[in-house]
Write a protein that binds this ligand. Structure first.
Ligand code: NOJ
Ligand code: CA
Length: 550
């Protein structure tokens, strides 16, 4: 009999493989997916209307960037109320319907939890400002007196990740310049104090709130950054442990979350946003009683280079093996330069520090490589994340007028950093001019779309055998039907160093040619899918192939 838990999710059969170990998960940036009510902003009605598109694409789950009530100072990563949907996106009732409708199509829902900080508009922060120094309300955050004779200097020299200082001074209720509060991101995002039991309890209640509404898992924002050294010492490169990154205390939080996730008949999955350079430290988050998986940023940041990719894949698998967690493969998300743009540049690696306007890009080359990279990631062992628009081959938009850029990363670096809006431009669905079916005609989307995006629209790509959309659809469907794909082992084949070649199971292999000359295919193999046409029997440069070995 088909059992479900109270939230409608099928209860896990004891021996069934866990869905998250090999899932293809599609990231929905709601603001830019589809506008259902015609105000230029993507919303839940827009997502619901396009669920058949996502089902046809062949994804197993959707991860929604924060959809909660928010002033949108950081695209919703400034949460004012976790139990309400932002009015621009819809209502809680609509979110519940969306979760249920997606599940009817076999698609699970993952929501985004942001434990490091809340919005300035969150009731707790409003209370903290009003309650004054030394209050219980301020103890949920990091309020401190300033240094200097009149407290005019920040309590320490920690930088904000968005540029500038990580401290902002408040005006006390009596009108005098007062204490400072910590914000590792924008000033609109005060950091929570995880030493405070109420902070812990509240987040577990928020998890329950969404798990009870059928969320199959959570993506945990800035997961390695939530615990701080309460002494708030200055950061020096030799300081170990680090005062605000990857502190040991963070693991207790996720152990407790894991017990909660496991208490459901269909255990909920915990997915960490963990940016750490040391793979061994990263793997500690994936121990059997902590998170289920975490994003593989080492692979994402890796340049389009065979040696480096081989090494990144090997390091990933070696780090995951001791803890028994599956790897994840990610090429893009809402923070990262779009793949077709990145791979079309002289420097194909990703690094926040080197993002600049005006870098020369060969989009045709980048697209060719992105197609090959898609087949590579979809063939690697573990789960895979796709960011909306990746399946359309959308490029980074680099000419958004300065006065339309919203991302604080741009503004807080004095405009030096282009910010992340270039990968957040509303999707083109149909038609020959903006808004390309994203909003009703004549309505201008919240970020302007380029004038040459008709060719990227879903309608334009739908039936085209050589489109990026067709490649993703075909690959995702094959990935579902090939038993060796998804979770499981892989084996490297002996190959030219500039060709990545590996098998999955006994009959499936994937080759990616990163050299500048065509490469031979193994004998006795049948081509299942290629990212570009073969050159006679040879695999051209920057091309990937999936093969059945017979
Ligand atoms: C990581 C998110 O992916 C990013 O978009 C956000 O700005 C920061 N965390 C802060 O929440
Ligand atoms: Ca809307």
């Amino acid at each position: 009999m088909h059992r479900t838990d109270s939230a409608g999710l099928p209860a896990a059969a004891p021996a069934a493989p866990a869905w998250w170990r090999g899932a293809a998960i599609y990231q929905v940036y709601v603001r830019s997916f589809a506008d259902g009510n015609g105000d230029g902003i993507g919303d839940l009605a827009g997502v619901r209307a396009h669920l058949p598109y996502l089902a046809e694409l062949g994804v197993d789950a959707l991860w929604f960037n924060p959809w909660y009530a928010s002033p949108m100072a950081d695209g919703g990563y400034d949460v004012a109320d976790y139990r309400r949907i932002d009015p621009a996106f819809g209502t809680l009732a609509e979110a519940e319907k969306l979760i249920a409708e997606a599940l009817d199509l076999g698609i699970r829902t993952i929501v985004d939890i942001v434990p490091n900080h809340v919005s300035q508009a969150h009731a707790w922060f409003v209370q903290a400002l009003a309650a004054g120094p030394g209050s219980a309300a301020r103890a949920r955050f990091w309020f401190r007196d300033g240094r200097g004779e009149h407290g005019e200097l920040p309590p320490n020299a920690w930088p904000s990740q968005f540029g500038g200082a990580a401290w902002t001074r408040v005006t006390e209720p009596d009108g005098t310049p007062g204490q400072w509060y910590l914000h590792r991101f924008a000033p609109e995002q005060p950091d929570l104090n995880w030493e405070n039991p109420q902070v812990r309890q509240e987040h577990e209640e928020v998890l329950r709130f969404w798990f009870d509404r059928g969320a199959a898992g959570v993506r945990i924002d800035s997961a390695a950054e939530v615990v701080k050294d309460p002494a708030l010492p200055d950061f020096t490169p030799d300081r170990d442990p680090h005062p605000y990154l990857d502190r040991d205390g963070v693991h207790d939080i996720y152990r407790s979350w894991r017990r909660l996730a496991d208490s459901y008949p269909q255990p909920r999955a915990l997915i960490g946003e963990v940016w750490l350079p040391d793979p061994a430290r990263f793997a500690r988050y994936l121990r059997p009683d902590e998170l289920h998986t975490a994003f593989n940023f080492g692979f994402l940041a890796c340049p389009w280079d065979a040696e480096r990719l081989r090494e990144a894949i090997g390091t990933t698998l070696a780090a995951h093996a001791p803890v028994g967690a599956p790897a994840t493969w990610v090429l893009a998300n809402h923070d990262i330069t779009r793949t077709v743009t990145r791979y079309g540049r002289a420097d194909t690696a990703f690094d926040f520090a080197t993002k600049r306007f005006g870098i020369a890009t060969d989009l045709a080359l980048g697209t060719r490589r992105a197609r090959a990279a898609a087949l590579l990631t979809l063939a690697l062992p573990g789960s895979v994340y796709l960011y909306q628009g990746e399946e359309l081959g959308l490029p980074e938009v680099e000419d958004i007028p300065a006065d339309r850029i919203e991302d604080p990363m741009h503004h807080r670096t004095g405009g030096r950093d282009p910010g992340r809006d270039g990968c957040r431009v509303p999707l083109p669905w149909s038609g020959s001019t903006a808004p390309y079916g994203f909003s009703p005609t004549e309505i201008e989307p919240w970020l302007p779309q380029p004038t040459d995006w008709a060719r990227y629209s879903v309608a334009a790509q739908d039936q085209a055998s050589d489109s990026m959309l067709t490649l993703y659809r075909t690959a995702l469907h094959l990935r579902r039907t090939e038993p060796a794909l998804g979770d499981g082992p892989m084996n490297w084949l002996k190959s030219d160093p500039q060709v990545l070649a590996f098998t999955r199971g006994t009959e499936f292999s994937c080759l990616v040619n990163l050299s500048d000359t065509p490469a031979p295919l193994p004998a006795d193999s049948v081509v299942l899918l290629t990212s570009a046409p073969l050159d006679e029997d040879l695999l051209p440069p920057d091309t990937a192939v999936w093969l059945r070995t017979v």
